[in-house]
Design a protein around this ligand. Sequence first.
Ligand SMILES: [Fe+2]
Length: 292
Amino acid sequence: MAMSVEAMPVKTMSVTPLSPALGAAITGVDLRKALDDATVKAINDAFDRYIVVVFRDQELSEADQVRAAGYFGKVHIRRRPANGRTPGGEYDTPFMMVTNIVENGKPIGSFGDGEMWFHHDTSYYPQPHRATFLYAMKLTSSGGETCFANMYKAYENIPQPLRDRLEGRKVLQVHDYKRRERIDLGKVGVANIQHHEQPIIITHPATGKKALYISRLMSARIEGFSADESEAALEALFDISEDPAIVYEHEWRLGDLVVWDNWASIHARKDFPRDEPRLMRRCTIEGRALGF
Ligand SMILES: [Fe+2]
């Protein structure tokens, strides 16, 4: 399809911080139009600096969202999981609908209802996704906020003795389609679920800064620690990573396109009324292996 879209001058764009923790709103950008290189650079600079960027009042087709996502990297195409576990929705497209909507008895997307604990997306992959996009298409009358924690600040807040013990260690990241419980590896068996070992402290490939890389939902065990040592350290790190001082809580408005740096932040969802439809169109940017 031919695109007859006009370039937008950079002077219309502005960036407004949303909280002391992280996040900025980007205004003066209409993502239905192609952006010029200077604007794309300014957006990426804001993204590296603020970790989460919010484009308000957007009216985006699927093509618009894919074009916008493409400013941040290579858009990931979802494939059917090899292990046969298939959460709802379509495959071989960039999109997954994050929704509680059920049609003809079948969920039209994934992640249904309710609270979801803090996590990185795809931390259990060898190459965790670089960024995630959520576009708000239907919202409930209350609740459903998404909380984002700044993992650069979490790293800085680890007490030095604990930080010294974590240096050079890996953590096992796991995923079993849970939303608000830790996985009991004694019961499940790690071979039966998606998993990958990652550095506990990563060097962010884009910014070169160090970030804590654990989450309450997906981090199961610290390599080289006894079970008790691992649990004690993880509990301390979960609390550090969820400290309200480093968290921004996003209250959604229709037409928000929120983009988060999935290496430098973790996110969680608050509960919302089950009997009201909520619909977000999600896509991601491909990642790379994370190093110490
Ligand atoms: Fe997520």
